[in-house]
Design a protein around this ligand. Sequence first.
Ligand code: BG6
Ligand code: MG
Length: 210
Amino acid sequence: MIQAIIFDLDGVLLSTDELHYAAWKTVADELGIPFDRQVNNRLRGVSRMASLEIILEHGGVVLSPEEKEAVATRKNDRYRASLMTLTSEIVAPEVRETLTALKQRGLKLAVGSSSKNTKLILERADLASYFDAVSDGTNITRSKPDPEVFLKAAAFLGLSPSVCAVVEDAVAGIDAANGGGFLSIGIGDAAGYSRTDRPIRALSELLQMV
Ligand code: BG6
Ligand code: MG
């Protein structure tokens, strides 16, 4: 019996892909590294530093740890500035309706995201009030596919993973959910992944599962 649902943020509740893309693109241009949406897609669900490693490897550029820190900070400053333009309109009505209906049915809801900017995004998108717990990049030491971010979310809710489902759009997130003993629900790219327990095409399909 599912008592709680833990949602990945980016690609599930909303998409900041384009804002990440614009911020990484400026930084990559400064480093003379070719960067396009195909490379950007490889960064979904990946931590900030791991994203930078992928970009540097793609461009064949080697930086010292200090230089990497400086570049990651520059990217994040640009990204956070762009988040200030974000409004509640970034969230589809179907997402709000589904979250409201799930809460009405007595389910606990949480967010499990790699992003250290999760709380800012939830505030800007006017989503914070739907959730009983938030586990994000600020409270983990290991990124997805490690289950840590979801295990922390379940612990914050005071529930065992066996009564929680995780909704993810990234393969690494599905592996994290499965590794932690959660029911994995896949949307978008993750709906076509062989290890996903339950594929869905729209978030509202959750209402038929609980
Ligand atoms: C994930 C995004 O939600 O957060 C990734 O899908 C991003 O693209 C990661 O790199 C880390 O985000 P932040 O906000 O901590 O730089
Ligand atoms: Mg995602």
